[in-house]
Design a protein around this ligand. Structure first.
Ligand code: NAP
Length: 254
């Protein structure tokens, strides 16, 4: 179980990252914390993160459990993406079995506003079945990993947003790509929608501010949004802001 004296002095904290929120949290931690930020290795870890940065998987829940024990981790903050369900399940299991306190830093969902036309899908496969009824020229912003779900659709021409130029053809029938980070500004998204005659936005229900411009742009351009619901998070304490996380940490060591 957690050693409260050690936690008060120099708590050793594992932050499961891969998100802007993880980087923000580690930069805001009180000086007495010893942070280790973990990145899966699929996306680049930001430069100049305080503390240690480790890259790569743990080899499942048992591997993560062993890591927590071997490295004498006092507390885990899971600040992974809301759709990174496997690592979050593994973290929940490993922390339960070791008694290490765990906080889920889960970014808040988007709130539907007047003018938003959202259609929810329960999974990628469900979304793929709904596409043809909603549009012919969808902007697909789900990342590259899960495009297979949309293969075999001949009567839609996807515009796929990818962070890096694909090295191999994508598993889609008819598509173009737009390479780069999503524009932060509403005007950039609106211009993209217009330039490519986009009539449907397909997105994960990721939430947060970083990619909200596309949701606003769809509202203003009167484009429906096919929204893939988040996986159900594992039970346990959860916050949706850095302030909330810092508050939880301060109560933990009080
Ligand atoms: P996932 O399906 O939940 O995880 C797959 C495997 O990747 C995990 O079992 C684990 O391997 C490893 N892993 C994931 N996050 C890790 C971390 N922070 N540190 C060390 N290992 C990690 O996750 P995913 O959807 O592939 O996402 C991978 C990473 O990209 C996550 O860290 C996530 O925060 C980030 N990300 C995901 C999305 C998204 O849409 N899914 C979007 C933006 C960023 P082992 O089992 O070997 O431990």
């Amino acid at each position: 179980m957690i050693d409260r004296v050690r936690l008060l002095d120099v708590p050793k904290m594992l932050i499961l990252g891969g998100t802007g929120e993880a980087a923000e949290l580690v930069r805001c931690l009180p000086k007495n914390f010893t942070p280790i930020t973990s990145w899966a290795g699929r996306t680049k870890a930001p430069a100049n993160l305080p503390g240690e940065v480790r890259i790569g998987g743990f080899d499942g829940a048992d591997g993560l459990k062993a890591y927590l024990q071997e490295n004498r981790i006092d507390v885990v903050v899971d600040a992974t993406h809301p759709f990174a369900a496997r690592i979050s399940e593994n973290a929940a299991k490993a922390c339960t079995e070791t008694g290490v306190p765990r906080l889920y830093f889960l970014r808040s969902t988007w709130e539907k506003q007047p003018g938003d036309e959202w259609v929810f899908a329960d999974s990628l496969e469900d979304a793929a079945e709904r596409v043809a009824a909603l549009g012919r020229r969808p902007l697909l912003t789900i990342g590259r990993q899960h495009l297979n779900a949309f293969s075999g659709l001949n009567d839609v021409e996807f515009l796929v947003r990818v962070l890096e130029k694909p090295e191999a053809p994508l598993p889609l029938e008819v598509y173009q790509t737009v390479v780069g980070k999503p524009p932060i500004f509403l005007e950039g998204e609106q211009a993209l929608f217009r330039r490519h005659s986009i009539d449907l936005l397909i997105t994960k229900e990721s939430g947060g501010e970083a990619t909200y411009a596309k949701i606003e742009a769809a509202r203003l351009e009167k484009i429906p949004v096919l929204m893939i619901r988040r996986p159900v998070p594992p039970p346990g304490d959860a916050v949706s802001s850095v302030e909330g996380a810092l508050d939880w940490l301060s109560r933990l060591s009080a």
